[in-house]
Design a protein around this ligand. Structure first.
Ligand code: FAD
Length: 413
């Protein structure tokens, strides 16, 4: 049975977030876009108690694991939240404190003990705490096997020594310097071993040997912290490798496979964020055109549509298709099923849709859409990132094609 009704308890849980989205995030969206590198602290402090309470709920649920077959409503909540907050402002949404991609990685690849140990801070810290994940390097983006950040075990102290550089890391400074957070860093224990050498390491804030280059100036999502991380003999305890003893001690693809599971959960969230931006652009366009007397009449015969009406309908169709695919990928996680194909598919669709919808919004609003008086141009700039990070459109298309055609990674690259 397919049911699109959102359970009332999920809707109720969204209410305080909706209040922050409407009264704080949206009104200050332009300000943080204009003042890149200024942290949106009013928003951060307003949302932190809500996020901390959610982490407490997860911890309680994990401790009382009943093995029930009931759908995991928190997964649905997270997706609806990503859509809602990105509708308000995708930049501030990305600056939101909490485990974020780092927390997702621990949840996907960590042992039960590691989940408690490394996620504890997100449930109990009085002050906001961030998580992050660092994979990309100057010469290793889409192709992770080219990774050059190394982890060498010092047998005398039983510590890993990290050396290398990670670029474009979202919340890198917030997690490692500006709070007591964590950053999950992918590094290789053997650069010649390809994916078998790659493991993910939990790096805690204020670890000596890590420096941060100044934040990058970006096209969009400008309230989001994006930095370069430099590792110069940074020492990490042995058991900070995410995964069991086999992952910690052997050269195996198990560590890489565990880390890749992070994307099964995070790609639908990126798609949801894209859908939120698309909805904002669609609403803005419809409201502005309605003021000019142009309103969609869905019953009008096709041959009588004006060009503007046809564009609006196309925007709506793209937006809805992206949202439905995102919900499909989400439902699979909620019911504990594999969603790798759906996760990539919804990310491709939503990334493409949001770029189309926001560009059309700027186009249909005319010169007004191109000015900073309207949010349309900002939405267009914020949209593009969803097509790039967490696997570019091309890489996710490859994953979809391989799955549909039955090709291996080697056969289709
Ligand atoms: C604002 C921002 C935030 C980010 N946050 C993070 C973060 O928190 N953590 C992190 O680790 N990274 C982060 N990234 C990095 C992002 O994930 C990478 O930019 C992305 O994975 C692409 O890698 P690359 O830039 O090295 O591009 P490349 O891999 O060099 O790709 C360049 C182009 O070639 C295409 N391409 C590559 N291989 C193929 C192929 N086999 N077939 C067809 N086309 C191909 C790509 O699709 C792309 O269009 C962020 C990036 C940005 C811009």
């Amino acid at each position: 049975m397919i049911c699109f009704e959102i359970p009332p308890e999920v809707l109720a849980q969204l209410e305080p977030y909706a209040h922050i989205a409407h009264t704080m995030m949206r009104p200050q969206a332009r300000q943080y876009d204009e003042q890149e590198h200024t942290r949106p602290y009013p928003f951060i402090h307003a949302i932190w108690p809500l996020e901390r309470a959610r982490h407490q709920q997860w911890q309680q649920a994990a401790a009382q694991e009943t093995g029930s077959n009931a759908p995991d409503l928190d997964v649905l909540f997270s997706i609806l939240l990503a859509e809602l907050l990105s509708w308000a402002d995708a930049g501030q949404f990305l600056a939101r404190p909490g485990g974020r991609l780092g927390g997702t990685a621990v949840a996907a690849a960590g042992t039960p003990a590691q989940k408690i140990r490394f996620l504890e801070r997100f449930a109990h810290s009085e002050t906001p705490v961030w998580g992050a994940m660092a994979i990309t390097e100057p010469d290793a983006g889409s192709d992770n096997s080219a990774m050059r950040t190394t982890a060498v075990l010092d047998p005398q102290t039983n510590e890993w020594i990290l050396n290398g550089q990670k670029i474009f890391i979202t919340s890198g400074a917030l997690s490692l310097v500006e709070s007591d957070g964590i950053c999950i860093v992918w590094a290789t224990v053997d650069p010649n071993a390809g994916r078998q050498g790659i493991k993910s390491f939990v790096v805690e804030a204020h670890t000596p040997g890590i420096s941060i280059s100044p934040g990058l100036d970006k096209l969009g999502i400008r309230a989001s912290d994006t930095v370069i991380l430099n590792f110069d003999n940074a020492r990490i305890p042995f058991d900070h490798v995410l995964g069991d003893l086999e992952v910690q001690t052997e050269k195996t693809t198990k560590g890489f496979a565990g880390a890749m599971k992070t994307f099964d959960a995070s790609r639908p969230a990126v798609a949801a964020s894209a859908v939120g931006i698309a909805r904002a652009a669609l609403e803005l366009t419809k409201e502005t055109l309605a003021e000019a007397g142009i309103e969609l009449n869905y019953n009008k015969p096709r041959h009588l549509w004006t060009a503007v009406e046809r564009d609006l309908l196309e925007m709506e169709a793209q937006y809805k298709a992206a949202w439905l695919l995102t919900l499909k990928a989400t439902a699979a996680i909620m019911y504990g099923r594999s969603n790798r194909l759906d996760a990539s598919m919804c990310k491709v669709k939503a990334g493409t849709a949001v770029v189309f919808v926001t560009q059309k919004a700027v186009e249909l609003l005319g010169p007004y859409g191109y000015t900073r008086d309207a949010l349309a141009e900002k939405l267009m700039r914020d949209a593009k990132i969803n097509d790039l990070y967490e696997g570019t459109r091309q890489i996710n298309l490859l994953i979809v094609a391989r799955a549909l055609l039955g090709y291996s990674r080697r056969e289709l690259k």
